[in-house]
Design a binder for this molecule. Sequence first.
Ligand code: ARG
Length: 466
Amino acid sequence: MNQNPDKNENKSLWHGRFLEQSADELQQLNNSISYDIRLFSQDIEGSRAHAKMLQSIGVYSEGELSEVLFALDQVEEEIRSGSFEVLPTDEDVHTYVERRITEITPSGARLHTGRSRNDQVATDLRLWTKQALTDVARMAISLQRVLLEKVIEVDGAVLPGYTHLQQAQPVPLGHHLLAHGWAISRDVERLLQAITRMDVSPLGAGAMAGSSVPLDVDSVAKDLHFSRVFDNSIDAVSDRDFVADALYVLALLGVHLSRIGEEVILWSSTEFGYVELSDSYSTGSSMMPQKKNPDIAELARGKSGRLIGNLAGFLATLKGLPLAYNKDLQEDKEPLFDAVDTILKILPAVTGMISTATFQVEEMREQALSPYLATTDLAEWLVQRGMPFREAHAVVGGLVARSLSEGVALADLISMDENLGEEAVALLKPENLLNSKKTHGSASLGKLDEQIKRFEKKIISDEDQL
Ligand code: ARG
């Protein structure tokens, strides 16, 4: 895109009312073309649909419509190939496209009939966001599929589950990985819901009150593949809930990727030693030769901050706005574009990092089989023999305290205990420990297959909706 600062003699869209040219300072602040040019194909698509509808109601003849459609194709090609020149009076993508169409054919001057940039920008941005969220959903599903592959690959692996980052109870590694997978699954669900909610055409709302020209809003909506038409012209041009929805869904997805990142950072440390990242998804140090750093995981964690910032900032922009359109709404695009660009960089990097990572299953297993992690099961074993849980908790807790203070193996204390004995010691055997849980969705190796099936089924049903 070339900026031509000298050609300011071009007329602004409102030149009829104004005697003087716009000040440079106004243009510097007001112009959004440097970033909203990204909406060019949606803008041109919207104009094609609007022009066809104008022909159907007699504003354009067949011949004029062909001229306008030809001009729209040409402008699209110019922008796509980068061979276009922006003038200071080209405030935004809508202004630019209209100017060029009108330079190519005088019929361009009728294109804005019954239309305002207010309903135009709302239309363009909805079309763009629908596509962007679809792309994000596809990538999020790829991450789910990689998690699923890993779950199958590490079949039988176990690690300590944590609460308060203290070892809690042994869990299958697959169960832990699927916990992240289900969070991403909810993100995909939210993306699909947001897409459905924003699937409303605002075109025909005009500046804010509709039009006295008998526009066919339904045919335009259909042409643009919107499933519904707005109900209220004021709401149609003021509503940016769809941007806020998108920012929230992306921020939460970013938070989930950040939590995955945080665990990869911990697990890849020498102290944990649970995962080894591939060289191609790690970085080194410029000074310390031994270092291998999990930068992708750290950036997933770090960039979630700006995703949250984009949401919070945009809600602050919206909160004081009177109806209907206000120029503040132009501030919808940069946070949205930034959030989509950011997530589209994090997602594939995290996906690649996980698919190429090697889990150190021996280290994990060694930690998972610590007898202390079996103590909840021991207490439940007593409960199943009639002891109230609170009492059972205290009995087992007493043995843990003695084992730690006297340095005696927990198994020996269990076997000597009058309430527990040899039968209870068997609970510490790996195969018992890893299959002790009976409840739905629990952390038992034997329960994992059912969960894997449910997870895969959900992926397939979400894919069908895309
Ligand atoms: N560039 C503007 C935006 O993004 C387009 C709408 C301009 N409307 C207006 N009444 N000035 O919101």
